[in-house]
Design a binder for this molecule. Structure first.
Ligand code: NDP
Length: 449
């Protein structure tokens, strides 16, 4: 490996030794930009890599609230403002008990590159809390969101930092967060949050955007092998926002989605997933995926017993991991390949371990990397910001056609950069190279800041 890259990696590992997910994300990017760094000796003089791996700012704060039993509960809040090089910090908020600084930093780091790939003027950030929304009443969720925003509001703004949703943060939470922000600021700053409901400034198509975008990107990848979704078997992990709308668009393209999951286990329905039922269970009732069997007793349910999700044991043509980080291990990758998978496209952030990704690439499997394949969500968030600034609305079809166009451009950037740097067909490297070059050039233009 190039000396400069190994020195930066070594220092980053020393400084962040307790942050495994963050180091995994940094390693993945730096190890794939070697040819680019070698063509640009000025990167070392300007400390481009060192600046790329150091967040501009990390904010942590206390989030106290009173639960329904009258007890005071304290959680930790985060906002990592990673890079404002090409626009205001932009990235979602995650509410999940596993949230910690390492996960926030890995997500923020990935976000800078993802946002650069969209071609839109948005920087990178991420935030959230170790709060667990599962089993909480609406009132508890509201009080928590209000407390979270009572601190966060001083760090965000439509030209400064624009949060959105992620795991555990959907339309309901964004509504409570927005209401509290508006109350504190006494001003209607619509573009301060995205993922808002349509009735107060959201964008049509934002709910569907990440899942649809994933399918558009994967469609482009399949085209390179003269393939399409039509008639293919698909498995999708997760049953949240990304998974549900990936399923919807894949079904529309003629694929048969046979399995979906949640953190407890997966369902397998060889007749094809009944998506309206999944939406009812997950979006309306906020229930468990196992409840699918109440309506379809002939489907199978397999409980998850270890880190290897049972969904990856199911034979499929296309696998779409849409739940969480590191959910596709090397074991799962081997199982998928031996069952004849042709494409793996990442709806979640960093769902494949590095070993799993390497295994897929070594076996000629098409891999859609998260920072490109799931960029449709943030791209549509930027379209929501545009509409808020214009005080105007696009129709659903207008938004989806802009999204489709953006996803095709992202795919082409990955493809061309992979070719330019001698790794044709490797869209993982292509995505990193395209985004890194854009950011490095912006850093050069803006001086040492
Ligand atoms: P949701 O909260 O809507 O859904 C998350 C889904 O993943 C749920 O089915 C959940 O199951 C499952 N899940 C969560 N944690 C785990 C875990 N540790 N093991 C197994 N399953 C788990 O989140 P989203 O759909 O919004 O996000 C999913 C992924 O997509 C995340 O990686 C997110 O960062 C990424 N992403 C999301 C974007 C968006 O626009 N929403 C944009 C780009 C990326 P359960 O119900 O049991 O918790």
């Amino acid at each position: 490996m190039n000396d400069y890259i190994s020195r930066v990696l070594e220092n980053t590992e020393k400084k962040n030794s307790c942050e495994p997910e963050y180091l995994q994300a940094v390693r993945e990017v730096l190890c794939s930009v070697e040819h680019l760094v070698e063509r640009h000796p000025e990167y070392e003089k300007l400390a481009i890599l060192e600046r790329m791996v150091e967040p501009e700012r990390i904010i942590t704060f206390r989030v106290p609230y009173v639960n329904d039993k009258g007890e005071v509960v304290v959680n930790r809040g985060f906002r990592v403002q990673f890079s404002s090089l090409i626009g205001p910090y932009k990235g979602g908020l995650r509410f999940h008990p596993t949230v910690n600084q390492s996960i926030m930093k890995f997500l923020g780091f990935e976000q800078i590159f993802k946002n650069a790939l969209t071609g839109l003027p948005i920087g990178g950030g991420k935030g959230g809390s170790d709060f667990d929304p599962k089993g909480k009443s609406d009132n508890e969720i509201m009080r928590f969101c209000q407390s979270f925003m009572t601190e966060l509001y001083r760090h965000i703004g439509h030209d400064v930092d624009v949060p959105a949703g992620d795991i555990g943060v959907g339309g309901r939470e964004i509504g409570y967060l927005f209401g509290q922000y508006k109350r504190i600021k006494d001003a209607y700053e619509g573009g301060v949050l995205t993922g808002k409901s349509i009735c107060y400034g959201g964008s049509l198509g934002r709910t569907e955007a990440t899942g649809y975008g994933l399918i558009f990107f994967t469609r482009e990848m399949l085209k390179t092998k003269n393939e399409s979704f039509n008639g293919k078997t698909v498995t999708i992990s997760g049953s949240g926002n990304v998974a549900i709308y990936a399923c919807e668009k894949a079904q529309e393209y003629g694929a048969k989605v046979v399995a979906m999951s949640d953190s407890s286990g997966c369902i397998y329905d060889p007749k094809g997933i009944d998506l309206p039922l999944i939406k009812q269970i997950k979006e309306v009732k906020r229930g468990r995926i196992k409840e699918y069997l109440n309506t379809h007793p002939e489907a199978e349910y397999t409980e998850r017993v270890n880190e290897d999700s049972p969904i990856w044991n199911i034979k499929t043509d296309i696998a779409l991991p849409c739940a969480t980080q590191n959910e596709v291990t090397l074991n799962s990758a081997k199982k998928l390949v031996s069952n004849g998978v042709m494409a793996v496209s990442e709806g979640a952030n960093m769902p494949c371990t590095q070993e799993a990704t390497d295994y897929f690439l070594e076996h000629g499997i098409l891999v859609g990397p998260a920072k490109a394949a799931n960029a449709g969500g943030v791209a549509t968030s930027a379209i929501e910001m545009t509409q808020n600034s214009m005080r105007y609305y696009y129709t659903f079809d207008e938004v989806v056609s802009k999204l489709d166009c953006i996803m095709v451009n992202i795919f082409n950037a990955c493809k061309e950069n992979a070719k330019k740097y001698g790794c044709e067909g490797n869209y993982v490297a292509g995505a990193n190279l395209a985004a890194f070059e854009k950011l490095a050039e912006a850093m050069k233009c803006q001086g040492v800041v």
